[in-house]
Design a protein around this ligand. Sequence first.
Ligand code: ADP
Ligand code: MG
Ligand code: MG
Length: 378
Amino acid sequence: QRIRVGVIFGGKSGEHEVSILSGQSILKALDPEKYIAVPIGITRRGEWVVGAEAAQVLQEAAQIQLGGPPEPSSIDAGADRDAAVGQPGAGPHAVPASQPGETALTLVPPALVESFDVVIPVLHGPNGEDGTIQGMLELFDIPYVGAGVLASAVGMDKVFMKKLFASAGLPQAAYTFYTRKTWESDPEAVLADVEAKLGYPCFVKPANMGSSVGISKAKNRTGLTAAFKLAAKYDRKIIVEEGLNVREVEVAVLGNDEPKASVPGEIVPSNEFYDYNAKYVTGDSALIIPAPLPPDVTEEVRRLAVEAYRAVDCTGLARMDFFVERETDRVLVNEINTMPGFTRFSMYPKLWEATGVSYAELIDQLIQLAIERHRETR
Ligand code: ADP
Ligand code: MG
Ligand code: MG
């Protein structure tokens, strides 16, 4: 009997387009002998659509163009935005076309999700990767791919992620954080505090975000002020980290109770740091797989990847991102991404491919892990 799989993509977050591309790749890869795949789109306004309308949302992928990072308003209010991102593989979609004359359906989530054996929420950023949709799927008792509520929420909040990494004894950059209110009520005091604790350069980030949206590297007080103003538009919590001189290395982790780590890959950003443009717009940041690291550093990164994954009680999958200091080869944990980009050209699937797990096998395993976790938590 074939497994009924709902693939949810799009969403209200700033990573709407990336999610569509990932969803499209997964839908194409699901073997029709084994699965009945149903695309479920979430529009930028947050409407859930299936059938013709979902195909329409997917079709946006074919028209995806270059553009800058999302405006904060589009994230808060879920309003339309013109900007879109470009990635290789943005070809015409291959979704079951709706019948002529068929009415497009807009369903409320419960009625929709209850008809699936498993759901793959390929959503990035707030409202998708942060435990909210995972909580909804728990309520409706549907197995779903990827991290559970807690790990998703912790992975999206860089402050709590760092607290848990610290309590597991994992090495990471020095940091501090402020609420938007603290910043707005006394900017001078906040600036002085950052200078005393971390100095320059430092990185200022909205605590809950991804794709480098709202992140700046500050080199002096003027830059720091601008960086706070930007980050405060995206979140009520702002994290600041010491700026490191590092290489960027990523490891794919897969599993529930016995997570496995892939070979590491290295990112060589096309900009000064791996910002939104370097990730999606210019497309000329290089992915090097496997990362050219000394064998002991490779082993260290893979070991820390599994430890950090366990530190936030992650299940399913995550891409674990690291910094390797240029002078010393010291390895520091940067972050966990519980629903990483999942096109065929994305780092996560490419790392598994280099480790011997094909794209289609990877999806099979993720579905099995989702069903296993669901069974074990009942
Ligand atoms: P996101 O979740 O949006 O990807 P990250 O914390 O990974 O946020 O930061 C995005 C990028 O900013 C990193 O990939 C790296 O290029 C740069 N960066 C972030 N923090 C630091 C730091 N402490 N030192 C040096 N570079 C950093
Ligand atoms: Mg991230
Ligand atoms: Mg990152």
